[in-house]
Design a protein around this ligand. Structure first.
Ligand code: ADP
Length: 423
């Protein structure tokens, strides 16, 4: 199937978030981890390429994005979406602006929009200022982010030093007047030479207006939410057939493994809740693993009945994480756990696990790499931003869900299993 829209995301969980929202429409969405080495085949109407370009040097981000664009064009896409974080994570150098300008140049377009709003998750934009819940971005916890501290809330001021062409605003008063008024505003700004238009959005209906006004732009940029209405709009427009391939739901046997390497507050609560249900569990302690390696966990796994969905976890409270990091070094402790969980994923698959639940962004990267997974078909959403996916590993169809730290409800691990059974 020819790809209608090609999306490029600057990190993996952002790509999953976008893919999940697009898949709410019921249309097939594929996620590729990195730019595929092979030319496009078995492509979906919506293709999302996950890069790891949020904080790499600008030139590397631009180069990777151009490769992603070329692959998506080969897949047939004529419209493109550049997805970054809903908190506009970037520095004065980039990478949001430079990547957008490189894409605009490659596509021969002289205007695009910037709309990181995600009202369902408390991200809204008013008069060009981004809010996180009720706080301006620069007063939110993002002001202390270790890599991209956000010290200004005004998107025009944040974007201007990142780009070479003028930046402008289409404000909420215009958005409230509808898609035609918004298109007129874009034209007026274009006549003034404005290439980069920040667009206000405070509620979901604003996103529909914006998506409708922008649906014919070769390039849109933003958070995931403004892309959500596009599948329906493309269907209404006839760009996407009414019977376009649907989200796949293959049957997978209920042999399940849960692997948790996230130490976020929410994952700690999820692990505790899951253990309280009586699920069998094995705790990985980095200090033990540094002495005994992965074998105790692998031996424990061998004796488990996978239909009981056992859990292997390194999830721990901050004090315990700090102690392990002090003894082993932060990176070494993290790597020991990631390697062990990756080995457990392979062992579980070889033991027949066809449903794999992973908690932790970095942990997910380690597990997908170990399983040799490069393409995920997005399926049912378990929690906002966390879908079930289907992939192939060693010739087996596997249902895989990858949850980053703070996502999901406390009952996430049982919710995930129930969702797949109900699908
Ligand atoms: P999140 O999505 O919550 O950030 P990640 O998987 O991205 O989760 O990051 C968690 C990191 O912490 C991983 O590198 C993991 O290996 C490491 N880790 C997990 N458990 C422990 C622990 N008990 N002590 C030290 N590091 C740990």
């Amino acid at each position: 199937m020819t790809t209608v829209m090609g999306c490029i995301a600057d990190d993996f969980t952002g790509a999953t978030d976008l893919a999940g929202l697009l898949a709410r429409s019921g249309v097939r969405v594929s996620l590729r981890i990195g730019v595929p080495d092979e030319p496009p085949s078995d492509t979906s109407p919506f293709e999302v390429i996950a890069l790891k370009s949020r904080t790499v040097p600008v030139a590397d981000a631009v180069e990777e994005t151009q490769r992603a664009l070329a692959w998506l064009q080969q897949a047939g896409a004529q419209r493109f979406f550049w997805k970054y974080c809903s908190t506009f994570d970037s520095t004065a150098e980039g990478n949001i602006g430079p990547v957008a300008e490189a894409l605009m140049q490659a596509l021969g377009t002289d205007q695009t929009i910037y709309c990181p709003a995600f009202p369902e998750n408390g991200r809204s934009i008013f008069m060009g200022n981004l809010f996180v819940g009720q706080q301006p971005l620069a007063e939110s916890p993002m002001k202390d982010h270790p890599l991209t501290p956000m010290r200004d809330s005004n998107l025009m001021r944040l974007l201007a030093p990142q780009v070479t062409k003028p930046v402008g605003l289409a404000d909420r008063l215009t958005v409230a007047r509808g898609a035609d008024a918004l298109r007129d505003r874009f034209e007026a700004l274009k006549a003034e030479g404005v290439a980069h238009v920040v667009v206000d959005a405070v509620a979901n209906e604003d996103l529909y207006t914006i998506a409708e006004a922008c649906r014919d732009m070769p390039l849109m940029t933003g958070g995931s939410a403004v892309a959500m209405p596009l599948p329906h709009l493309y269907k209404a427009q006839g760009l996407l057939a009414a019977d376009a391939p649907a989200t796949p739901k293959p049957d997978t046997p209920d042999q399940t493994i849960v692997l948790s390497g996230s130490c976020s507050a929410m994952t700690n609560a999820q692990v505790a809740r899951y253990i309280a249900t009586g699920a069998p569990s094995f705790r990985l302690d980095p200090l033990d693993v540094s002495k005994t390696g992965s074998n105790p966990a692998l031996n424990w796994l061998l004796n488990q009945d996978l239909s009981t969905a056992p859990l292997i976890y390194a999830t721990a409270e901050p004090a315990s994480v700090k102690a392990a990091q002090a003894a082993l070094g932060t990176d070494a402790a993290g790597k020991l756990i990631e390697d062990t969980l990756a080995k457990c994923a392979i062992a579980a698959r070889d033991q027949g696990a066809r449903r794999i639940i992973v908690a932790g962004g970095e942990t997910s990267g380690a597990v997908t790499k170990a399983l040799g997974v490069t393409q995920l078909d997005i399926s049912t959403e378990i929690a906002p931003g966390v879908p079930w996916t289907f992939c192939t590993s060693d010739g087996h169809t596997i249902a895989l869900t990858l949850k980053s730290g703070n996502f999901g409800a406390e009952t996430f691990f049982t919710d995930a299993q129930a969702k797949l059974d109900a699908a």
